[in-house]
Design a protein around this ligand. Structure first.
Ligand code: HPA
Length: 271
């Protein structure tokens, strides 16, 4: 894995003339337009990057986008890899490791999720404080390479307390209503049954989705400071569960997109 990561890093560094982004951003469902906020310098399609997972989905678009926001250098993942697509967890999280060795110090992850906290409504913006890993495979399973990080990773602060506090300050200045929440990761690709949404709630989580958790685990392994944000695209309760579709999820995420975009952009500029 170490050699593979370095090979990929060398390829990217050559393509970007050693552009060293400080921020890495993983763009979730319906949040792809964040790249409009970036003064783009280089775009590399995933298909051209050695060792990147090969998409199984036809016409699947995915690229690493390099550029600046103000005086900050960023790389954004336009399109992420999900476990339910058939990748193993090492593949799902490979880009996070690559980001680290092209210079990234802070990782921002976004996603769409289903809400089980009754204080949420569709379109709510949730700043993640913690996560529960219920995915069936662990990204750090297997022999540990100490060059990346320790065998046993401290997960007491999966999401940076300092970044959370800065983001809340920014949200208040910009007049964006934000919630706090705990994200629980399940493999999907089915949306949850009512009984499963109840389980998620009973386990102490506020929202549920099919991504983010493995990327955050690997980010902590390699000591990236991490910030997570989620848009509630549907409510996992008796009244709403009947209507949840992928289309509804994308539409709700797109509605909240301008808010999330300005929050992330300002966080990058000011943190
Ligand atoms: N469940 C799981 N993943 C999701 C959901 C959900 O309700 N909404 C968006 N992603």
């Amino acid at each position: 894995m170490w050699e593979k990561v370095q090979e990929t890093v060398n390829y990217i560094n050559e393509k970007t003339n050693q552009f060293t982004p400080e921020y890495g951003v993983i763009l979730g469902s319906g949040l792809g337009s964040f790249t409009d906020d970036i003064e783009i310098k280089y775009t590399i399609p995933y298909t051209e990057i050695p060792n990147f997972p090969v998409s199984t989905v036809q016409g699947h678009k995915g690229a690493l986008v390099f550029g600046t926001i103000g005086d900050k250098k960023v790389v954004a993942m336009q399109g992420r890899f999900h476990y339910y697509e058939g990748y193993d967890m090492k593949q799902v999280t490979f880009p996070v490791r690559v980001m680290k060795y092209i210079g990234v110090e802070k990782l921002i992850v976004s996603n769409a999720s289903g809400g089980v906290n009754p204080n949420y409504t569709v379109g709510a913006v949730v700043i993640l404080h913690d996560q529960v890993n219920l995915l069936p495979e662990h990204p750090l399973r297997g022999v540990n390479d100490e060059r990346f990080g320790p065998r046993f990773v401290n997960m007491s602060e999966p999401f940076s307390v300092k970044m959370i506090s800065k983001a809340k300050e920014i949200a208040s200045v910009l007049g964006i209503n934000v919630h706090d929440g705990i994200y629980l990761g399940l493999q999907g690709p089915t949306f949850e049954t009512l009984a499963e949404y109840r389980m998620v709630k009973a386990l102490g989580a506020d929202c549920v989705g099919m991504s983010t958790v493995p990327e955050v685990i690997v980010a902590r392994h390699i000591e990236l400071e991490t910030f997570g944000i989620s848009v509630i695209t549907d409510m996992g309760d008796e009244e709403s569960i009947g209507t949840i579709t992928h289309k509804e999820v994308l539409e709700a995420a797109q509605k909240a997109e301008p808010l999330v975009r300005s929050l992330i952009k300002t966080l990058i500029l000011e943190y």
